[in-house]
Design a protein. Structure first.
Length: 194
């Protein structure tokens, strides 16, 4: 019998900064997006603002269902007309082909690091994108995206640590096994003007 799972709130509330973030922000929204849709959104979002990515995704969704088969039926020019760069169109098509070939079958059953390694084999998917898939599509509780500059910036602002990966990784240890939830609140703090 596995040990009883704690509520992430009971772990995060022990940290004063996290407790104050929890009082003003909504609880984390993780594990609610299908993997393929998350991959497409992740590719679109690379190196552009969240607002621009949302607008581009909306235009793509107006052109087609966001499924591997439907996107493969669209010409590269049609996808590009949504505001997606030529390399990203190639990544989206390659990912759609990989999904249809069964490359991501049983992804949900893999441990975190194995799932990341499987995802980064996809063209255009790096570790950061893979970690976002684990959080937002697979609902993994304990992912700490050390390469996320926004998270490191929030940690510097709220905790006074440097923006180095090493310091950020060390900060994350206090939130194990709910680092995904802590990351959510750090992201939320970036949207606050205070």
């Amino acid at each position: 019998m596995s040990p009883k799972r704690k509520n992430p709130k009971t772990v995060l509330v022990r940290d004063a900064v996290m407790r104050s973030l929890m009082e003003i922000h909504e609880p984390p929204v993780i594990g609610r997006s299908p993997v393929f849709i998350s991959l497409v959104r992740g590719i679109i979002s690379q190196q552009i603002s969240e607002a621009a990515a949302a607008s581009i995704y909306k235009r793509l969704k107006a052109q087609s269902d966001i499924t591997p088969a439907a996107l493969l039926e669209l010409s590269p020019e049609t996808i590009r007309s949504c505001g997606i760069s030529k390399p990203k169109v190639g990544y989206i098509h390659a990912i759609a082909q990989s999904v249809l070939a069964g490359h991501l079958e049983n992804l949900e059953e893999l441990p975190d690091e194995e799932a990341i390694q499987k995802l980064v084999q996809l063209k255009g998917v790096g570790r950061w994108t893979a970690e976002m898939i684990l959080i937002f599509a697979l609902g993994r509780d304990d992912v700490w995206a050390c390469d996320d500059a926004g998270l490191r910036r929030a940690a510097r602002k709220l905790y006074g640590c440097s923006e180095t990966v090493e310091d950020f990784r060390a900060l994350g240890e206090r939130f194990v096994p709910y680092r995904s939830h802590a990351a959510w609140y750090l992201w939320c703090s970036l949207d606050t003007k205070a």
